[in-house]
Write a protein that binds this ligand. Structure first.
Ligand code: F6P
Length: 339
């Protein structure tokens, strides 16, 4: 068999570990051939790819980013019937045939898995592997990239503690997560944030101000606010951290500073946990291909690898439920979610 591998959407630590996992297993265990597709779905549209040997897959386990390149190309989006662009999917199908592929492995987050499902509906053999630092893919307990991002965000929060304490300031740190607050929740807990703001739990500015003033009155000289980028931002032209920083100063008179962590969360070498998870997903994806178990995504459920239909995953998000036990436990320790 000959399989194509592509990586699409925002990059994250662990993608190369997954490419290595699927590629090495496919070559070593099953004697398959591998085509590495360039820059996500763009490579399928332009037919740009390279043959990958086992040697090409050596030494990439610890590398950040993706050796294949990525893009946010959405081939089904555009004009055409039902607001779908039909030309690009036709090209993808043609190139899939011309490249002699028996399966296309799509490594990506929600957008990628949605496209993967549409390609499966068009008759292509597709296997999905979930990756994103946001951890918001439905159908799996965890995506790789998330653990690395939480480690990076937690280290940043740890470092903010000492400078916040020295200056007796309110430190606001904005982490990624445009729909889901998983990074803010986990790094907020791990870093001992006093206020954690996530898109799934609407906040009130006055409640945050009240809470921070109370801490100040209780002789707690500084506070840490961890905020996900996707919470409501009335500041529009400012980052939400900047907006909240200004508002908190206005409302409390306390000195504030903001940090927007940004793409640092997505870069660099994957954590050991992400290396292991990405390797597990990769090897399982190769097994699925050998079994011709197509139209599915590899997933983790209760620490076991399973496969879930792409049509169940497509268009759904795994968000933090407001009554998630972690949220409730954190609240019971006195942490504020701005409510
Ligand atoms: O990968 C998910 C994510 O990190 C989001 O949290 C963030 O909003 C988005 O990607 C931004 O990525 P880009 O600028 O690459 O589109």
């Amino acid at each position: 068999m000959r399989i194509g591998i592509l990586t699409a959407g925002g990059d994250c630590p662990g993608i190369n570990a997954a490419i290595r996992g699927v590629g090495k297993t496919a070559i070593v265990r099953y004697g398959m051939k591998i085509a590495g597709i360039s820059d996500g779905f763009i490579g399928m549209i332009t037919k740009e790819y390279t043959e990958l040997t086992e040697k090409d897959l050596s030494g990439i386990l610890t590398l950040g980013g993706t050796i294949l390149g990525t893009s946010r190309e959405k081939p089904f989006k555009g004009s055409g019937k039902g607001n779908k662009d039909i030309r690009k999917p036709v090209l993808i199908k043609e190139h899939y045939e011309q490249m002699g592929l028996n399966c296309l492995v799509c490594i990506g987050g929600n957008g990628t898995l949605k496209t993967a499902n549409l390609l499966a509906q068009e008759g292509l053999n597709v296997v999905g592997i979930p990756k994103t630092i946001d951890n918001d893919v439905w159908g799996t307990d965890i995506t790789f990239g998330f653990d690395s991002a939480v480690n990076i965000a937690t280290e940043a929060i740890d470092r903010l503690h000492s400078t916040a304490n020295s200056h007796k300031r309110i430190m606001i740190i904005e982490v990624m997560g445009h729909n889901a607050g998983w990074i803010a929740l986990y790094s907020g807990i791990a870093g001992g944030g006093d206020v954690i703001l996530i898109p799934e739990i609407p906040y009130k500015e006055e409640k945050i101000a009240e809470y921070l003033l109370q801490r100040s009155e209780d002789n707690k000289p500084y506070s840490i606010v961890v905020v996900a980028e996707g919470v409501v931002n009335p500041g529009k032209d400012k980052s939400v951290a900047q907006y909240l920083s200004n508002r908190i100063t206005e409302m409390t008179g306390l000195e504030t500073r903001e940090t927007v962590l940004g793409y640092i969360q997505r870069g660099g070498t994957p954590s050991p946990m992400d290396r292991v998870l990405a390797t597990r997903y990769g090897t399982a994806a190769a097994d699925m291909i050998a079994e011709r178990d197509f139209g599915k995504m590899v997933a983790l459920k209760d620490d076991r690898i399973v496969s879930v239909p792409l049509e169940d995953v497509a268009g759904r998000l795994k968000l933090v439920e407001p009554d998630n036990p972690l949220v409730l436990q954190t609240k019971s320790m006195g942490t504020s979610f701005g409510e």
